[in-house]
Design a protein around this ligand. Structure first.
Ligand SMILES: NC(=O)C1=CN([C@@H]2O[C@H](COP(=O)(O)OP(=O)(O)OC[C@H]3O[C@@H](n4cnc5c(N)ncnc54)[C@H](OP(=O)(O)O)[C@@H]3O)[C@@H](O)[C@H]2O)C=CC1
Ligand SMILES: O=C(O)C1=N[C@H](C(=O)O)C[C@H](O)C1
Length: 256
């Protein structure tokens, strides 16, 4: 049995994580917190104030904290995890370089698994994009991500991960061009990046590789957020009891 604590419990993802946890025999929710007060039970769980997070960690000693919040709060939760020796699974996106460094520093003292996307389909997309990028070394590459109208960070964390993957294969691509307007044609060393926000779209990512007389388009569409919650809980079960370190969602998938 893996005992988890859930942060951001009343958020879109927090609710999904609690719903998914209620369906899993191997997972027990030790406690859940939210910044704003919540009067209702969510999936049968009482929601505590995030102001009491450190005290709750000390009292319940869960195996893993599952976090989908914002970069600032995720780093505060990571500090508390380090202090109490609790592992952290975070799907939070939007970290700047200092934030990522701080998270990596936390991983020196406790087990941290961060993924910008906990869907297995996106994991497969990443591998396909790396292969296609290598196979079409002269292609122009444009990345488009589409999300619901309440998403804060742009481009998405997944888009940034895909860009890192592409640049890992193509070292001639040195410029990320966000949106495009004006008169100049695109140059060969750029990757176009486009972020769209509309309605309640759970998350779409398309990588377009354009060559002479042919294009290849690789697209992932999330049907709903349960895929992210399921992946995060798989990660929590896998991470429980691991040594301090920085872990990757591919390690979870490879062990499944
Ligand atoms: N890795 C993945 O697979 C996925 C990652 N995400 C990422 O997860 C994160 C959350 O997404 P989503 O659930 O849609 O967002 P929501 O806005 O719906 O929920 C955010 C939650 O975080 C809490 N929160 C925000 N800021 C703070 C803070 N400073 N201190 C404490 N709590 C805070 C909010 O509390 P309050 O209710 O008080 O505002 C809320 O409970 C985003 O970064 C998103 O990109 C999303 C989906 C999948
Ligand atoms: O905020 C979201 O909704 C999502 N965020 C993640 C991201 O930024 O990539 C993952 C998913 O696309 C949904």
């Amino acid at each position: 049995m893996t005992e988890i604590a859930v942060t951001g419990a009343a958020g879109r993802m927090g609710r999904e994580v609690l719903a998914a946890a209620a369906d899993r025999e191997a997972i027990e929710v030790a406690f859940a917190v939210n910044r704003s007060p919540v009067d209702e039970l969510i999936s049968g769980v009482v929601i505590e104030s995030s102001d009491n997070f450190a005290e709750l960690l000390a009292e319940y000693e869960p195996d893993v904290v599952v976090d989908f919040t914002g970069p600032e709060s995720a780093l505060a939760y990571a500090d508390a995890c380090v202090e109490h020796g609790v592992a952290l699974v975070t799907g939070t996106t939007g970290f700047d370089d200092d934030g990522l460094d701080a998270l990596r520093a936390a991983a020196e003292s406790t087990a941290v698994l961060k993924a910008s996307n906990f869907s297995r389909g996106v994991a497969a997309l990443r591998l396909a994009v790396q292969e296609a990028t290598a196979a079409l070394p002269d292609a122009d590459i444009e990345l488009t991500e589409t999300h619901h109208n309440a998403k804060r960070d742009a481009p998405s964390g997944t888009a940034k991960t895909l860009l890192d993957d592409i640049e890992g294969v193509r070292d001639d691509l040195s410029e990320r061009v966000h949106g495009r307007e004006g008169e100049a044609p695109r140059s060969a060393d750029e990757i176009g990046v486009h972020a769209r926000r509309a309605g309640d779209i759970a998350g779409e990512h398309e990588v377009l590789l354009g060559g002479s007389n042919e294009t290849l388009s690789l697209t992932h569409r999330a049907g709903d957020r349960s895929i992210f919650a399921d992946g995060a809980l798989d990660a929590a079960e896998w991470l429980a009891g691991r040594e301090p370190g920085w872990y990757d969602f591919f390690e979870v998938i490879d062990d499944a």
